[in-house]
Design a protein around this ligand. Structure first.
Ligand SMILES: [Zn+2]
Length: 491
């Protein structure tokens, strides 16, 4: 990678499609529930039947303006929808209502953090369009059209409002281009989630990303770019940019020419393969959509939407970092672990920030990693973690026992208090109950006992260890130590 950066400068661009979480579709009243029986959420408008007319969804327009405002964009006072003409079997009208030269939001930016530095990513445009249906190729082994015996089409998704967010070209990031791409999509996802306008789930396709990549030699004009599709996770965004940088560098090194085309990213191999050669805008024969009047958001309404924007993720993170008293590095670790919300909720449930952070970034992060799941899906809730920490603070559990209790919580055995009761895990500090174990430890370790009697108090550690072992870690170490010293005449 460093070799690539010395010889070539990357320029990247990101096109993100976000399915809005509106109750109904963009131009009709059909519901938008994910996972419904195929072709049960359709009507003459979204099936493109003759004579049907579209009616814009105000909630979708409002959501798009809010996204534009959160991304520091200008909001058009007047703009139009356009017809984008192309044939696709899962697009019943043979055109898509989109926006072309008159997008709703333009010229904004989003700041992202990479390696502790702020990179400002310019936003070219945010526009509103409708989604296509879905085609399913069956009978083959890969789910692709090649080798399939038949293809099925589901129009439930056709007409769901889709917001497209296009960055300006991002140059000058060198080796960090893949990380910048990932940080941008992550931040954008968090902004949109904070606005509450989409569930932005990459795995369900409600956030989809295409990455444009080109390379040029330092000082020379930008190179030919490729557009990589099928980038279905945040990790893949980073890998796809890296794969394209590597591939294009090899092509250029060999004296070849990069072809403008769409490419497909493959999760399994981490490589991209050629798709179709890229259409240009003129191929789509855009023209203003004749069935819709122009869109002219009232300035008062836009001002109202601006005033009601929620606290955005970057500012929220800064506020929490201050409240939790964390260094930049510590806060970055919390963000990278996806633990901001979890720690905030754990603190709200009564834990100290340090206590909450310790469990989420330690034991629970380790388990999530082992199981290959998100931290939020690890099986413990913020309330569980707050209760666990309270039990430690009250002296009812030590760290070792708390980890055992947490194991039970994660395994679904109940709350920490319930696991503690069911498994009989609690610190024993009753001197009567511990006395016998202490006597046994002294009898079994006469040398250590003699040393303590002779004034070498440090030797008591061996005896404390023996008692802890005999009580399977459940003895209160402080009480044990006091008992030993008292038995051996040192207290
Ligand atoms: Zn419909």
């Amino acid at each position: 990678m460093t070799v690539t950066a010395i010889r070539y400068e990357p320029v990247i661009g990101l096109e993100v499609h976000v399915e809005l979480g509106t109750r109904t579709k963009m131009f009709c009243g059909c519901p938008t529930t994910f996972g419904a029986e195929p072709n049960t959420q359709v009507c003459p408008v979204c099936l493109g039947l003759p004579g049907s007319l579209p009616v814009p969804n105000q909630a979708a327009i409002e959501a798009t303006i809010r996204i534009g405002l959160a991304l520091n964009c200008q909001i058009a006072s007047w703009c139009r929808f356009a017809r984008k003409n192309y044939f696709y079997p899962d697009m019943p009208k043979n055109f898509q209502i989109s926006q072309y030269d008159e997008p709703l939001c333009t010229d904004g930016w989003l700041d992202v953090e990479v390696d502790g530095e702020t990179v400002r990513v310019g936003i070219e445009r945010v526009h509103l369009e409708e989604d296509t249906g879905k085609t399913l190729h069956v009978g083959g082994t890969t789910g692709r059209i090649h080798g399939a015996t038949e293809s099925l089409v589901d129009y439930n998704r056709a007409g769901i409002p889709l917001v497209e967010i296009v960055t300006k070209p991002v140059a000058g990031t060198g080796d960090r281009a893949p990380a910048v791409a990932r940080a941008y999509v992550t931040e954008l996802r968090d902004v949109i989630r904070a606005l509450g306008v989409s569930d932005v789930r990459m795995e369900e396709g409600s956030l989809r990303c295409d990455v444009n990549t080109s390379l040029n030699r330092p000082g020379e004009p930008w190179g030919t770019r490729t557009e990589t599709k099928n980038v279905n996770s945040l990790r893949s965004v980073e890998r796809a940019v890296r794969a394209e940088m590597r591939r294009q560098a090899a092509v250029l090194d060999a004296g070849g020419r990069v072809i403008q085309e769409t490419r497909h990213f493959h999760e399994d191999t981490g490589e991209t393969t050629a798709g179709r050669s890229k259409e240009t805008a003129t191929d789509y024969r855009y023209f203003p959509e004749p069935d819709l009047v122009p869109l002219a958001p009232a300035p008062d309404w836009v001002a109202e939407l601006r005033a009601s924007l929620p606290e955005l993720p970057r500012l929220r993170r800064r506020r929490l970092q201050k409240e939790w008293g964390l260094s930049d590095l510590d806060m970055q670790a919390v963000v990278n672990a996806g633990a901001v919300d979890l720690i905030e909720q754990t603190v709200a449930a009564g834990a100290t920030p340090d206590g909450a952070r310790k469990w989420w970034l330690g034991e629970l992060a380790r388990r999530a990693n082992e199981q290959g799941v998100e931290l939020a899906a690890v099986g413990a809730t913020p309330a569980d973690v707050a209760q666990l920490q309270a039990l430690v603070d009250e002296g009812k559990l030590n760290d070792k026992l708390a980890r055992t209790v947490l194991e039970g919580v994660v395994a679904g055995e109940g709350s920490p208090a319930e696991v503690m009761a069911a498994r009989g895990l609690a610190i024993v500090s009753d001197t009567g109950a511990l006395g016998a174990a202490v006597d046994e430890a002294i009898a079994a370790n006469p040398d250590a006992a003699d040393k303590v009697r002779g004034g070498k108090v440090a030797a008591a550690g061996v005896l404390v260890g023996a008692v802890m072992k005999a009580t399977r870690g459940q003895a209160d170490a402080k009480t044990v130590r006091e008992l030993i010293l008292s038995r051996l005449g040192q207290a």
